[in-house]
Design a protein around this ligand. Structure first.
Ligand code: CMC
Length: 384
């Protein structure tokens, strides 16, 4: 039983007022600025959702075109930053490379601590969103000029190009990838968004705040779960092993990756959307699915069913990371980059929260603790 006034993990504690996204965990409803995420994934573009989150409403056609140009115009990195990225050890996890590269962007923004001007903050957000894929493309391809000579008509095409040049030529895959990004754009006061608002509440720069969010997202209980889900499916190896695997995890009180959520008492709507709208486009429409990939899909289906049965009394369902790993694996993206793709969607939400946080009456985040250590004591030294 928890002590009165003690909220581990801040469970159930509202820490901010925000108009960016909303969740009804009983109904499995997620909205961005009031629009259901499924409608935005189906009908929206990355740029439109970016405009919606940052500015509060969907753009007119000219506004969307203007933002697309703005984002594509600002995607380049300074030479010195691109060179530093290429020089980083390729054993460094891409999420940690990403967070340290974001901090370096601060060097081109001398007034970064001047955070009072709304328009400047919006511009910073747009420029940061634009540079995210370039940081990842530069590192992944170990080449600051990896996109030289190419032209892009949309951010989704450019981002996919950073991970798979061939698929970035195919409309079907751009569409699947764009929907995946949109599903990840925001999710109320999750761990990384909370980090943005906590760091931003000290009036820290957008770079410091977003780098912190990337580090938070990298953890396996948050966005890092998508990478672990694929590793788990590979480890299970065969649908026949699912039951025993699950049994062992439950007996050892270990978490099953891609399952469970703090706020949903039903199926995560993002996971359901992937399962019903994206997975069938990959596994049912394509006759030539790679047998190894198909085996992972068969394991995932069996795992989903078995977990739903075993956890029926606990309200534990698959979350977005359960199916997203399989979608990215089908796109031939290396698992160590999976969480960076989550971040490429979520950066829109993070920056929108940072901008919103600078507009509200600020109160620095400073919760309290329940002290659980020694009573005051004193150093006792023997006289020499
Ligand atoms: N496997 C087995 N049992 C679980 C799982 C799981 N994945 N998730 C929750 N439970 C059980 C847990 O053992 C506990 O049982 P009991 O009450 O008997 O001790 C109960 O459900 C509550 O779990 P909790 O860990 O206290 O719940 P939480 O709200 O603190 O944690 C969570 C939520 C997402 C961290 C957790 O479900 C988890 O670790 N899941 C696996 C990692 C994962 O998939 N993370 C991605 C989350 S979705 C993307 C995102 O937004 O980051």
């Amino acid at each position: 039983l928890l002590e009165k006034g003690y909220f581990p993990g801040l469970e159930g504690v509202p820490v901010a007022k925000s108009s960016i996204s909303n969740i009804d965990g009983d109904k499995g409803l997620l909205t961005f600025r009031g629009y259901p995420v499924q409608e935005l994934a189906k009908h929206g573009s990355y740029e439109e959702i970016c405009f919606l989150l940052l500015k509060g409403d969907l753009p007119l056609l000219e506004e969307r075109i203007e933002l697309t140009e703005d984002l594509l115009d600002h995607k380049e990195l300074d030479d010195s930053i691109a060179e530093t990225i290429v020089s980083m050890d390729d054993d460094l996890h891409p999420m940690h490379m990403l967070s340290s590269s974001i901090l370096q962007l601060q060097s081109a923004d001398a007034g970064c601590f001047n955070v009072e001007n709304y328009q400047h903050n919006l511009n910073r957000a747009v420029q940061l969103i634009a540079k995210f894929p370039t940081i990842l493309g530069t590192y992944r391809k170990q080449d600051p000029n990896f996109a030289e000579g190419e032209t892009f008509d949309s951010l989704a095409r450019y981002i996919l190009y950073c991970f798979n040049e061939e698929l970035a030529k195919q409309e079907k895959w751009i569409n699947i990838f764009e929907q995946l990004l949109i599903l990840h754009v925001d999710h109320t006061m999750n761990n990384s968004t909370f980090s943005v608002r906590a760091v931003g509440s000290s009036k820290a720069s957008i770079y410091a705040s977003i780098a912190t969010a990337v580090n938070s997202l990298s953890g396996p209980l948050h966005g890092g779960a998508n990478e672990r889900v694929i590793k788990m499916l590979e480890e299970i190896g065969d649908p026949e092993n699912v039951e025993a695997y699950l049994e062992e995890k439950i007996n050892n009180k270990e978490k099953i990756m891609g399952i469970g959520h703090r706020v949903y008492q039903t199926y995560d709507p993002r996971a359901l959307y992937l399962k019903e709208n994206i997975i069938p486009r990959i596994f049912n429409e394509q006759s030539d699915v790679d047998p190894e990939l198909d085996n992972l899909y068969q394991i995932a289906k069996k795992l989903e069913k078995t977990a739903l049965d075993k956890f029926a009394d606990k309200d534990i369902y698959p979350n977005v990371d359960f199916w997203s790993g399989l979608v990215m694996r089908a796109m031939d993206i290396e698992p160590k980059y999976f969480t960076t793709i989550f971040a490429l969607g979520r950066v829109i939400g993070w920056t929108s929260h940072w901008v919103e946080n600078m507009e509200v009456k600020n109160k620095i985040y400073r919760p309290k603790q329940l002290y659980d250590g020694f009573n005051t004591r004193h150093i006792i030294r023997e006289e020499k």
